[in-house]
Write a protein that binds this ligand. Structure first.
Ligand code: ZN
Length: 270
């Protein structure tokens, strides 16, 4: 019943698609698009000839000169952008994300072996974490992220990004995803065009790293998927108390809030 409280809190904001928000650099030619909050993905619009550093590190630009970066969920310092334009001029911009307030969420009734895994599965969990880490290091030329994301499943938003989780009384890492509770078997659809980088059954997570707890996985590594394509079905595998989709998003190792990059309104419960 406690989860209901969070549903109400979750529905109280963000009725409009988050992706619609944009902000223009105060000076210069660089334009940024995103909600500009902790945990949000930001798109920067430069030019094809530009070279861009994010906190001193070079980032890949698309053929049109667009790049992406993220704000960490707890980021308190500005991100420094440095753009060297094709004509040699350098533009710098300091971007401080809006601070968010995160909830504390207590979840009870989880399978205890997923909260405190038995010693014999620790090697498996480590190997799975390594596979996820490697999948997140990929830096490809894909531009599918430019068009924003659709909500991948209907349902009740039963968990929000960034909340401090206390699972079966044990403090855990924050909840880095959005939970959509819906019956087992509810279709999960690709929120954008893309390529599947990892598809596996994991001890804690079940299903895909970014679309967790699935009862059926319908895609495999390397598959090219289209926006709206059915990629799996909601389930209750791994660390879960009921059937739901845990939707997560990363910029490399940085955990981001997918609900801040959506172009469609939050779906209605089934
Ligand atoms: Zn979750």
């Amino acid at each position: 019943m406690r989860r209901r409280t969070f549903v109400a809190a979750g529905l109280a904001f963000a009725a409009t698609p988050a992706w619609a928000v944009s902000s223009t650099g105060k000076e210069g030619r660089l334009t940024l698009k995103g909600t500009m909050e902790q945990g949000s993905l930001v798109l920067g619009y430069a030019e094809p000839q530009a070279a861009v550093l994010v906190d001193g590190k070079p980032v890949r630009l698309t053929a049109e000169g667009v790049f992406a970066f993220g704000f960490a969920f707890d980021q308190a310092k500005p991100t420094l952008l440095s753009v060297t334009w094709g004509d040699g001029t350098v533009e710098t911009q300091s971007c401080l994300p809006v601070v968010r307030q995160y909830e504390i969420q207590r979840v009870n009734g989880l399978p205890q072996n997923t909260v405190t895994p038995p010693p014999e599965v620790l090697a498996r969990i480590r190997a799975e974490a390594e596979a996820v880490y490697l999948a997140r290091q990929r830096d490809t030329e894909g531009v599918d992220f430019l068009s924003g994301f659709d909500w991948p499943a209907p349902g009740i938003e039963s968990g929000v990004f960034g909340s401090q989780r206390i699972d079966n009384g044990v403090p855990m890492t924050p909840h880095f995803g959005v939970d959509m509770a819906a019956p087992t078997g509810t279709p999960i659809r690709a929120p954008a065009d893309g390529v599947v980088s990892l598809s596996a059954d994991h001890y804690l997570n079940g299903g895909l790293p970014a679309y967790l707890h699935q009862s059926r996985r319908l895609v495999t590594e390397g598959d090219v998927v289209k926006r709206g394509q059915k990629i799996g079905e909601i389930g209750q595998t791994g660390r879960a108390t009921g059937p739901h989709l845990h939707w997560a998003m990363n910029w490399f190792e940085m955990r981001l809030d997918p609900s801040r990059s959506t172009r469609t309104p939050k779906p209605d419960p089934l």
